[in-house]
Ligand binder design. Sequence first.
Ligand code: AMP
Ligand code: ZN
Length: 111
Amino acid sequence: MSESCVFCSIVAGDLPSRKVHEDERVLAFMDINPISDGHLLVIPKAHARDLHDVPADDLAACALVAQQLATRAVERLGADGVNLLQCSGEAAFQTVFHVHLHVIPRYAGDP
Ligand code: AMP
Ligand code: ZN
């Protein structure tokens, strides 16, 4: 855990979140500033800074959870498509430096 990390604080329960999935390795919760209905984030519980830093097992576990939640967005939210987004580094618009996958449901006719 990194003491100054917002997502580590969420994992620890020191900050609130709307959790949608939790297992021993992975946590998924709703994005606080969603860009579509159902936008959520999937993170490894163990702190890693970005795509280059995260252990393969944690990355694989996050990818599988992201796939499951993307399918759920289609089946339960009626999404017409899904974007998976991962930003690594400031130049790629990463703003929270605990690696995460965005699951962004898309709806036909979205702006
Ligand atoms: P990125 O630009 O890829 O680093 O995305 C960081 C994401 O984290 C943004 O979409 C933020 O809205 C989201 N975010 C930041 N703080 C929180 C929080 N406390 N709870 C949920 N989502 C958050
Ligand atoms: Zn962290």
